[in-house]
Design a binder for this molecule. Structure first.
Ligand code: FAD
Ligand code: FES
Length: 281
């Protein structure tokens, strides 16, 4: 390592500027550097390693606007040891951060084409920076559709923002839920997110699709997109595997011949497909 270079293995202290609850198990943290610096620049799809001191470190994608400086936003579902400890942190608390790491969604390369964004559950978080960037240069893209599915109405993320986006004439926003438990109200679609693909407004011959959600959801989404005629080279997915170093040293995230941390998490579908169908990879 050269003098002045930042050690990618060393977490820097960041302060929680704002902590808010999104749903029953999901929360969003806005972080700012403790040293008051300019923060970090990232591309949509990239992730940081967030360290809850004394508990552990986990990979979490950026969910905020890449154009915003001095703050970095992460939306997290509390599922286990580290993410549950993170959910208890408050405004003013400090967290360790290293990054950004990983590959990005092909937002710039998609200019001139239709865009279909398909998200399942917390998968909307790593895709939200794509929406911000596309809307910031809306005239560069053809038709844009955001298709979102969650388990129940209560699990819908960024609800107010979705409503705002839905009011735009240049963005198709469709949401569906798997089921509506008693006591929850919902006037939209019921069923899996893949059902929204058949009627989404895009020209398959000139569409780029970006998908993030549970692996099974992504597989079925790819099948439905292919049924409509979108080719594999124009479909991108974001993969999740256990990570430790995030820089290609430890091998924890190996998937076939690739390391999720440096070759991913965003992959062109045809490049990762051979390994998706292999048992035990
Ligand atoms: C590149 C990348 C980006 C990611 N971005 C985000 C993000 O933006 N927001 C976010 O919330 N998560 C994200 N994750 C997932 C996140 O890293 C894991 O949820 C986290 O590592 C779990 O750690 P833990 O210590 O809280 O849970 P653990 O204690 O490790 O796990 C506890 C239990 O939860 C289960 N579990 C672990 N991960 C998940 C999961 N993802 N979903 C459901 N159950 C799980 C385990 O199987 C285990 O049973 C990302 C992962 C990767 C690889
Ligand atoms: S997390 Fe260590 S090689 Fe990817």
């Amino acid at each position: 390592m050269k003098v002045g270079e930042i050690d990618p293995m060393l977490p820097a202290p960041w302060r929680i500027r704002r902590a808010r609850r999104d749903t029953r198990d999901t929360f969003t943290l806005d972080l700012e550097p403790v040293d008051g610096g300019a923060g970090l620049q990232f591309q949509p799809g990239q992730f940081n390693m967030l360290y809850v001191f004394g508990v552990g470190e986990v990979p979490i994608s950026m969910s905020g606007d890449p154009a915003e400086s001095g703050v970095v936003t992460h939306t997290v579902r509390a599922v286990g040891t580290v993410t549950k400890a993170m959910s208890r942190l408050k405004r003013g608390d400090t967290i360790g951060l290293r990054g950004p790491f990983g590959t990005r969604w092909p937002v710039e390369e998609t200019a001139g084409r239709d865009v279909v964004i398909v998200a399942g559950g917390i998968g909307l978080a790593p895709l939200r920076p794509v929406v911000y960037r596309v809307l910031a240069r809306r005239e560069k893209y053809g038709r844009v559709a955001l298709l979102y599915g969650t388990r129940t109405p209560q699990d819908i993320l960024f609800e107010r923002e979705l409503e705002k986006w839905r009011e735009r004439f240049d963005l198709q926003v469709e949401a569906t839920v798997d089921n509506v438990p008693t006591g929850q109200s919902w006037r939209g679609d019921v069923g899996v997110v893949t059902k929204l693909i058949a009627s989404a407004g895009f020209d398959p011959a000139q569409t780029t699709a970006m998908i993030c959600g549970p692996e099974v959801m992504m597989r079925f989404t790819v099948i439905e997109l292919q049924k409509r005629g979108v080719s594999e080279e124009n479909i991108f997915i974001s993969m999740e595997r256990n990570m430790k170093c995030a820089v290609g040293f430890c091998g924890h995230c190996q998937f076939g011949p690739t390391f999720m941390c440096k070759d991913g998490p965003v992959f062109r579908f045809d490049r990762i497909k051979p390994w998706l169908s292999k048992r035990g990879v």
